[in-house]
Design a protein around this ligand. Structure first.
Ligand code: GLU
Length: 304
């Protein structure tokens, strides 16, 4: 008997570094629409591992704003800050199997290789080394993105042995997101295209942990007038939860969907119902594969 395919479970995973803005609404709406289109569930996870960047109260305001936009999660909202034991257990498994190793290299030790770690070159031992995933030479990862098409990256060359736990004790985004998606049974990762180039590292980590690789769909990013990604800390584009319709219509258009489909809606629930009926996944515009920045590999491992 062929096993039944896992039912669709998507998620939206905001970091509480500011209020919900137009760019994060796009990711929230896009992931919600893809989930509903597939008859699946949509969950929300608060990614609050990066304490220094967290804005007090932001997580609560993000959840309240999502609710005002009609986007209500189908499962429990979890917070990464409560999930230390899960990350610890995964890291211990990786250390035990030899897939991960303690590393004493500092950012300046790795400056000569552009931050890419291929072997330890530490000039001094640290009291608290970081932990990296070993990425053997020739680790080329290919995957098919449902929006952006076929992708391929030489992770050893572009990212190197990447950080799973930082020297300051913080869990790296890459480890936490892979452990959480696996533990929560996420089948579909739908998020902004700024994370397209994190995906090959996450796939390597899924293989090392022996957990399934979800399907991926990376959504277009909203850019500011200078062509830069709107960041969550960019307060110039706050969303007004009291007026959800203009923001929902803007996110709908940014997803490449048919203009006018939400025109008759008078509230958020009506707009979402219309969006669900009119949604065409194949209209979402594809983004280009962004280049890998050296900062991905240094001590700042919470930044994807
Ligand atoms: N927490 C990440 C962000 O807000 C998203 C992570 C993900 O969707 O994998 O950019």
């Amino acid at each position: 008997m062929t096993p039944a395919a896992a039912p669709y479970r998507g998620r939206f995973a905001p970091s509480p570094t500011g209020d919900l803005h137009a760019g994060s609404l796009l990711a929230a709406l896009g992931s919600w629409l893809m989930a509903r289109h597939a008859g699946g569930e949509w969950w929300v996870r608060i990614e609050d591992l990066d304490r220094p960047r967290e804005v007090p109260g932001a997580a609560g305001r993000q959840l309240a704003a999502l609710a005002a936009f009609g986007l209500v999660p189908d499962g429990p909202v979890v917070r990464q800050s409560d999930r230390d034991a899960l990350y610890r257990a995964a890291l211990d498994r990786l250390l035990l199997s030899g897939a991960a190793f303690a590393c004493h290299c500092s950012r300046s030790d790795l400056a000569a290789s552009g931050g890419v770690h291929r072997r330890c070159v530490a000039r001094a031992r640290r009291a608290d080394p970081s932990v990296r995933l070993r990425v053997p030479d020739g680790s080329v990862v290919a995957f098919d993105d449902l929006v952006c098409g076929p992708q391929r990256q030489d992770v050893a060359r572009d990212a190197g042995d990447f950080v799973l736990r930082r020297a300051d004790g913080y869990w790296a985004y890459q480890l936490a997101v892979v452990v959480d998606d696996a533990e929560q049974g996420v089948t579909d990762v739908v998020r902004g295209a700024d994370l397209l180039d994190s995906t090959p590292r996450q796939i390597l980590l899924q293989r090392a942990l022996g957990v399934p690789t979800p399907r991926h769909a990376h959504l277009p990013l909203l850019l500011d007038a200078g062509g830069r990604k709107l960041s969550k800390s960019d307060a110039s584009h706050p969303l007004d939860p009291a007026r959800p319709l203009p923001a929902l219509r803007a996110a709908w258009r940014a997803l490449g969907q048919r203009d006018g489909a939400l025109d008759d809606a008078t509230d958020a629930a009506g707009a979402l119902a219309a969006a669900r009926r009119a949604f065409e996944a194949e209209r979402i515009p594809a983004s280009r594969f962004p280049s890998i920045a050296a900062a991905h590999n240094g001590g700042d491992a919470n930044r994807p």
